[in-house]
Write a protein that binds this ligand. Structure first.
Ligand code: HBI
Ligand code: FE
Length: 287
């Protein structure tokens, strides 16, 4: 078993889960009997609160896929979700004790296995938790694994991550992940909608991301997005917007090696900054 992983952006605080129970690929089985009634109640409370916030804020694809999770009242059994997920897009979720090293993460995604942290936050952490817990992973990420285009993008991202690691470009690629899969926005007929898991699982950031005038919103473009730093401990200072999920899959089919090479000499852009001549996207008028 490798040492517990340095997690992205975290302080030196040791990660929360018990990594000694994980296999060499960091996966561990979900100990369903170990969940307490308090933990099921926390899940129920988070699920009810977040679901009520989705209409008019979450992507319509996310809202359509959420019922496939089949778990509003109690923490779901991973194998129940896997039966539906495997049939839908060939993905399965696997338990992990928490954040895992990038290479292991990329490898699992390339195998259509999504790592889901198997512990849940305490009632005192209802509004904010630094590390992703089971609610962030299951409620935020798993519904869109039922979406065929997103399902293919996630696997391509994993395969791309393994290549990026060989080219020393994982920081660039992780920014693309951050500003799409974690904090991505999509433009729909009704206005801006969130499809990123970090937004969809956050009570406060969901409304902020699609309606606050504060953050900068820009069209998602590979080079610009890969140059843009991100913060993990506040709402995002900028968001990147796509018009169609297919855009992500089209990105994934391009060869990133020349892009990485061209970005090597370019400086990173601070979150929230605009380059000379750049125009942030206006907030769409609320219909
Ligand atoms: N580990 N379990 C888990 N979940 C993640 O989302 C995750 C990770 N390790 C690394 C990571 N994400 C990011 O650094 C990716 O950009 C690789
Ligand atoms: Fe996440």
């Amino acid at each position: 078993m490798g040492a517990t992983p340095a997690v992205y952006g975290q302080s030196s605080r040791p990660p929360r889960g018990d990594y000694s129970r994980a296999a060499s690929d960091y996966t561990c089985t979900q100990d369903y009997a170990a969940y307490t009634e308090v933990e099921h109640a926390t899940w129920r409370q988070l699920y009810a609160r977040q679901s009520a916030l989705l209409p008019g804020r979450a992507s319509s694809d996310f809202i359509a896929c959420l019922p496939q999770l089949g778990a509003s009242e109690r923490i779901p059994h991973f194998e129940d979700i896997n039966q539906r997920l495997m049939a839908a897009t060939g993905w399965q979720i696997v338990g992990v004790p928490g954040l895992i090293p990038e290479l292991d993460f990329f490898r699992l995604l390339s195998q259509r296995r999504f790592p889901v942290t198997d512990w849940i936050r305490t009632p005192q952490e209802l509004d904010y938790i630094v590390e992703p817990d089971i609610f962030h992973d299951l409620f935020g990420h798993v519904p869109l694994l039922f979406h065929p285009v997103l399902a293919d993008y996630m696997q391509a991202y994993g395969a791309g991550g393994l290549k990026a690691a060989e080219l020393g470009a994982t920081e660039l690629l992780s920014r693309l992940y951050w500003y799409s899969i974690e904090f991505g926005l999509i433009r729909e007929a009704g206005g801006l909608r969130a499809y990123g898991a970090g937004i969809l699982s956050s009570a406060g950031e969901l409304a902020y991301s699609v309606s606050s005038p504060e953050p900068q919103r820009l069209p998602l473009q590979l080079a610009r997005t890969m140059r843009t730093r991100y913060r993990i401990d506040t709402y995002q200072a900028n968001y990147f917007v796509i018009d169609d999920m297919q855009q992500l899959l089209d990105f994934a089919s391009t060869d990133f090696a020349p892009l990485y090479a061209s970005l090597r000499g370019q400086s990173a852009i601070e979150a929230g900054a605009l380059l000379p001549g750049e125009q942030a996207l206006p907030l769409p008028a609320v219909p």
